[in-house]
Design a protein around this ligand. Sequence first.
Ligand code: GLV
Ligand code: MG
Length: 322
Amino acid sequence: MTAPPRSLRARRSCHAVPGSNPRFLDKAQGLDSDQVFLDLEDSVAPIAKADARKNIVEVLNTGDWGTRVRTVRVNDWTTQWTYRDVIEVVEGAGANLDCLMLPKVQTADQVRTLDTLLTQIETAMGFEVGRIGIEAQIENAIGLVNVDAIAAGSPRTETIIFGPADFMASINMKSLVVGEQPPGYDVGDAYHYILMRLLMAARAHDLQVIDGPYLQIKDLDGFRRVAGRSAALGFDGKWTLHPSQIDLANEVYSPLQSDYDHAENILDAYAYYTSEQGGARGAVMLGDEMIDEASRKMALVVSGKGRAAGMQRGDVWSPPRD
Ligand code: GLV
Ligand code: MG
């Protein structure tokens, strides 16, 4: 079984696994996350990176990942590790890999460089050229300033990802608790601008947009609260660092059942009323609500998220009998 095509991949929960820990790499295969990313970057100590590459190649080739999106996070281009990460992982397991995640992206050129290297490896190895996607993680001020160009940097790019911990450090935010409001800031959400900026760049370029980690792994209410903010804005999913966060992420980034049913019903009713049989009308009442073409577009978003999450319809609308 392989992951669905790019545009249909749900990424409500993106589970992070350190590449240096074979036990966690094995365990991750049984978890109910939409995506798994095997890490070579900040969760792996410098002296453990060479072994982590080998562990990751092995587990990608021999593991059972079902339909999960299989991603490896390489080190960023300012380090000495990136080229070897990409070459070893893609040469060794490129046929069993869906995406590479590039952290701390600062410019579109960094995405293009990764694209070029991937194309060379795919060509040399006889893999389908362009199949492996790129996930661009924005983790500093320069990356955010350049996010539109980064989002447009390569046709391989599938997601824009927020890296809150590195980002907070990059802007000197006066806090040590990732994702929570910095003490003293009592006039709104300190992350609102950043989240919105990432969301606009992603939507403008038809990419998914994923929120980063919540490090207080025992605080599930905190996870729900912080995830709920980016989900409400329109983010597609969030990283999970512990299995207990996965079900929560799957729930928070899925529509409520009542909203999913309502969206499907708007689509059915609108299709009926705009047809000849339904009177070829563009604006009609559905219950107490007027629906038109814009309602259809909003409903498509909610139904798309519900379908990608495998939701089933409960209450189903049917046309009036004459
Ligand atoms: C993740 O990489 C982060 O910096 O939050
Ligand atoms: Mg980071």
